[in-house]
Design a protein around this ligand. Structure first.
Ligand SMILES: Cc1cc2nc3c(=O)[nH]c(=O)nc-3n(C[C@H](O)[C@H](O)[C@H](O)COP(=O)(O)O)c2cc1C
Length: 125
């Protein structure tokens, strides 16, 4: 699933967070996984971002990805994180998922993808 709510929470322990809407049908499956992959999308993913937020059975059609345990990491991202769920905090109609970072990689050469004014576009470099 696409999330705009990704945040860094802590350095020591290394923790990140994502806010998940209660209606998500993907989260009940993800939260049972041994590890969860997070990929910061790049400009080259502009054509697949809507697909990644769409029906789950077609979400990865034509998308190049790599597995790290049960974590799915999308190839060509600006950064990837392999994480494990450590806590869930109810926040209104969302759940804040607190995730421990097990492994991380950054790819500074990639141009980030930004979501602005309801559109995905490459970040200015
Ligand atoms: C730009 C964008 C940002 C999104 N951010 C979030 C988010 O932060 N949290 C969330 O739960 N869903 C977010 N969504 C919606 C999910 O990607 C997904 O469409 C939704 O969870 C329904 O799919 P599911 O039932 O498979 O979970 C976002 C969608 C888009 C297009």
């Amino acid at each position: 699933m696409i999330v705009a709510s990704f945040i860094g929470l802590s350095l020591d322990l290394p923790l990140v967070g994502v806010s998940i809407q209660d209606t998500s049908t993907t989260w009940p499956r993800l939260r049972e996984a041994g590890s969860i992959g997070i990929s910061a999308l790049a400009a080259e993913h502009a054509g697949i971002n809507r697909q990644l937020a769409g029906p789950a059975d077609k979400r990865f059609d034509g998308v190049s990805w790599t597995a790290d345990g049960t974590a799915v990491l999308i190839d060509g991202s600006t950064a990837t994180f392999t994480t494990r769920l450590v806590e869930e905090i109810t926040t209104g109609d969302h759940t804040l998922a607190v995730l421990k970072v097990l492994d991380a990689a950054s790819y500074a050469e990639q141009t980030p993808l930004v979501f602005h004014n309801s559109e995905f576009r490459p970040a200015f470099r």
